[in-house]
Write a new protein. Structure first.
Length: 176
């Protein structure tokens, strides 16, 4: 075997190894972000963006950053209600819930975790203005022991509105 062919093989192997090593951090970083749904599920316009700060591993502690874009906030919001499926066996800490509007925390009047009805209710002191970019942070979350895909639905109540929750969208959260 000539020197040139050995050199080409060595460079090819090095290139493949570099790609594989570079893919590992990108893959682990992507675990905390929304994935790709191939079929079924939520309509594209109803899919809300999120981030899991600590990778969404089953049985571990995490922080959920549930985002609502400006275009979804068509009316002011006096209450957020986040429902989740009954098979989600994680735990939430109502004392560690925060609402950020345009990256600034807003004071909260009350946060209720209704375990029986699988819902987290968040009441800001003042209504969140229409057209605001909102991020709901659920810190100190204990992920369920078994992984799966969980649909977290966001509903809101506007001030002075008929007291019925209005659907805004869904976060499709995958725990591995």
């Amino acid at each position: 075997m000539s020197f040139n062919s050995r050199m080409k093989r060595a460079l090819s192997g090095l290139a493949i190894a570099t790609c594989l090593v570079g893919a590992i951090p990108a893959f682990s970083f992507a675990q905390g972000l929304p994935g790709l749904t191939l079929w079924g599920g939520v309509k594209r316009e109803d899919n809300l963006n999120f981030r899991l700060d600590y990778g969404g591993r089953s049985g571990s502690w995490d922080r959920y950053r549930l985002r609502i874009p400006e275009k979804k906030m068509q009316l002011a919001v006096a209450q957020f209600a986040i429902s989740y499926p009954d098979y989600y066996k994680g735990e939430f800490d109502p004392k560690r819930v925060e609402v950020l509007v345009k990256d600034k925390p807003v004071p909260l009047q009350e946060v209720n975790w209704n375990k029986e009805n699988h819902m987290i209710e968040i009441f800001p002191v003042d209504p969140i203005p229409a057209g605001s970019r909102v991020e709901i942070q659920l810190s100190n979350v204990r992920n369920p022991s078994f992984g799966g895909m969980f649909y977290f639905n966001c509903q809101v109540l506007s001030p002075g509105d008929v007291p019925l929750l209005r659907y805004l969208g869904t976060w499709v959260i995958s725990i591995t």
